[in-house]
Design a protein. Structure first.
Ligand SMILES: NC(=O)c1ccc[n+]([C@@H]2O[C@H](COP(=O)([O-])OP(=O)(O)OC[C@H]3O[C@@H](n4cnc5c(N)ncnc54)[C@H](O)[C@@H]3O)[C@@H](O)[C@H]2O)c1
Length: 292
């Protein structure tokens, strides 16, 4: 089985930062890349803040925090992945963008390096086909926030070999996560179920069945969900939610998955949720205020 010691992460947003955090905390050397130095610095600051939170809760010592941070390095060029044993892609949920990243990435890799994608919905088989190593490629779908959430969905493409699958399954266990294996269908298991519920919550808002607060309160207190669906949509990122619905709609060719026009409008306005300070709630206020 290929041995994984050094892990590369492409994309230093919410997910890439969380993946780098848990891998480094579990003792792996991690190298993270994104399109700008500014994004990388913000990511490192976020990781440090989240580690501080673990220290305050007594789950981590100051020494472990310092050691975790010392294992993370960054760079804006894909050449930094030359000695990575596994590269996990966690860039924006857009198939063309991801394919382009993989095409540019593979000439920089060792021949035996494995590649995984954290895509929420896109075909693993199609993404694998944009690399020179479909047998060494698979889906590794973390949940947000990565340091807190227990699950990683593992998805084989049609060509993924058993060695690759077992190496990634072993890594998942070593970083303290639990794997659920899904087949390569649009949005896999979690988002096949979760995103249509969120989309339906946006329809409920769009049709005036309830306001933002009523919808979230209804699901929290009426269905015992820890977060309301609109709050959760803001947390995931409305751009990601829309991208997943589009993949479901096109991939399964069923009108029941059509994205709600209000979701489309929020994304077009740039109101993509918590990461930009505005979505179904306005996060510039404390506590956040519903926008409808
Ligand atoms: N947000 C969630 O709840 C969640 C959960 C599981 C999986 N995902 C998936 O994880 C991936 C990232 O989502 P996110 O929530 O972290 O989004 P995000 O918007 O927070 O981060 C995306 C990052 O990708 C970077 N990026 C864009 N183009 C790039 C390029 N060419 N090279 C390198 N970096 C590039 C952006 O600068 C940004 O920092 C998506 O595929 C998404 O579907 C998201």
């Amino acid at each position: 089985m290929p041995e994984i010691k050094k892990i590369g992460v492409i994309g230093a947003g919410q997910m890439g930062s969380g993946i780098a955090h848990v891998c480094a905390q579990s003792g792996y050397d991690v190298i993270v890349s994104d399109i700008s130095e500014e994004v990388l610095q913000k990511s490192l600051a976020n990781i440090a803040k989240n580690l501080d939170r673990q220290v305050q809760k007594g789950k981590l010592s100051e020494e472990e925090k310092a050691a975790t941070l010392s294992r993370i390095s960054t760079g804006t060029d894909l050449s930094v992945f030359g000695d990575a044993d596994l590269v996990i892609e966690a860039a924006t949920e857009n198939e063309n963008l991801k394919r382009d990243i993989f095409k540019k990435l593979v000439p920089n890799l060792k021949p035996e390096a494995l590649v995984a994608t954290n895509t929420s919905s896109i075909s693993i088989t199609r993404l694998a086909a944009s690399t020179d190593r479909p047998a060494k490629f698979m889906g590794m779908h973390f949940m947000n926030p990565v340091p807190v959430m227990q699950l990683v969905e593992l998805i084989r493409g049609i060509a993924t070999d058993e060695e690759t699958f077992e190496a990634v399954r072993e890594l998942t266990a070593r970083i303290g996560k639990t794997a659920a294996v899904a087949e390569d269908f649009p949005a896999f298991i979690v988002n096949r179920i979760l995103l249509p519920m969120i989309n339906e919550a946006v329809y409920t808002l769009y049709e005036g069945v309830g306001g933002v607060e009523a919808i979230d309160t209804a699901l929290k207190l009426g269905a015992n969900h820890p977060m309301g669906p609109l709050e959760l949509a803001d947390f995931i990122g409305l751009d990601t939610c829309l991208a997943v619905m589009q993949v479901l709609y096109e991939g399964l060719a069923d009108s029941k998955y059509r994205p709600c026009p209000l979701l489309v409008k929020y994304v077009e306005a740039g109101w993509v949720g918590r990461k930009v300070g505005r979505g179904f709630y306005d996060y510039s206020k404390n506590p956040p205020v519903p926008t409808r």
